[in-house]
Design a protein around this ligand. Structure first.
Ligand code: FAD
Length: 281
């Protein structure tokens, strides 16, 4: 029995090692040097809890290839001397001169501690500082197609959607696009003005926002939680979904009820993917 498990273990390890090598090769990364230093060119306070960091390679070399929807890993030296790594989606167009990540600081709630890396980034990272980044990875990416798109996000889940929208605008896309976003309030909605601007640049795009508070202050937005009833979403749309797990569960159910097949709904989880374990189909 032990010998059989040993064999299974090494078969699995071999498959994963090969897969990792393939990912590095596709990303044109030398696996012996997966990290690169980037200089912070600008820091923008998007909301009281969200900051964007615009970055250029510290060696002034070319930017690595990226696709809209991908994320980078950021390796941060913590005050206890230990490095910690977290993932942050690219929130601007992959073809831009600079790369941008947009980070929400995770507060302490009840007995849970505040988020370590997000708060360290907010507290310490300023213009001219350096950050250590991986190449972009991730397979929830925008496909080059003409099908209608529905970009659905809640809270900080807007970051990959803004990157996708920026890419569509930069490439002059005429795809029909619906942008659906829910947030606590307009003031908490990171990249809100930029999202509106990008939607205006696209000939066939529309945005709808839902706010739990303050919807009356934002023209054309809906009060309360996201409600897709009556939105008339195209059944052949490719849907991208990103937000907290409760948000994604609720919206996915509504999307299925609206006639969108499950296979057309792609999602990014901002944490360990425990979703499918609790979701049928
Ligand atoms: C593909 C991907 C893309 C992402 N993109 C973005 C992005 O664009 N922008 C963004 O802001 N984030 C993004 N994230 C999330 C990001 O990677 C981090 O998970 C987030 O910033 C929190 O990290 P942290 O170190 O601050 O929190 P952590 O220290 O990792 O804590 C996370 C949570 O666990 C709780 N916790 C920790 N320890 C305990 C404990 N002992 N008991 C109870 N609870 C505890 C904390 O209270 C907190 O709520 C993305 C994640 C993924 C996987």
């Amino acid at each position: 029995m032990a010998a059989a498990w040993d064999e299974v273990y090494w078969l699995m390890a071999g498959a994963l090692i090969a897969q990792e090598a393939r990912l590095y090769q596709e990303a044109q990364v030398d696996p012996r040097k997966p990290w690169r230093q980037w200089t912070v060119v600008e820091r923008r306070e998007e909301t009281p809890d969200v900051a964007s960091f615009l970055l250029r390679p510290a060696d002034d070399g070319p930017l690595p290839q990226a696709r809209a929807g991908q994320y980078v890993s950021v390796k941060v030296l913590m005050p206890d001397g230990i490095h910690q790594t977290r993932q942050y989606s690219l929130s601007n167009a992959p073809g831009d001169r600079l790369r941008r990540v947009t980070v929400k600081r995770v507060p302490s709630v009840a007995d849970a501690p505040e988020g370590e890396v997000s708060n360290q980034l907010h507290r310490t990272v300023r213009v001219d500082d350096e950050l250590t980044l991986s190449a972009p990875f991730g397979d929830v990416v925008l496909d080059d197609a003409d099908t209608p798109l529905v970009l659905v996000s809640g809270g900080i889940g807007c970051t990959p959607m803004t990157g996708m929208l920026a890419h569509l605008a930069a490439t002059g896309s005429a795809r029909p696009v619906r942008v659906l976003h829910a947030d606590r309030s307009p003031a908490d909605h990171a990249l809100r003005a930029e999202t509106r601007r990008l939607v205006e640049q696209l000939p066939n795009a529309r945005a709808e926002f839902w706010y739990e508070q303050g919807a009356a202050d934002e023209i054309g937005s809906h009060p309360g939680l996201m409600d897709l009833d009556g939105l008339d979403l195209p059944a052949d749309a490719d849907v991208y979904l990103c937000g907290s797990l409760p948000f994604m569960r609720a919206v996915r159910t509504q999307l299925l009820q609206a006639g969108i097949p499950a296979r057309r709904i792609r999602y990014e989880v901002f944490g360990p993917d425990l979703w499918l374990a609790h979701t049928e189909g």
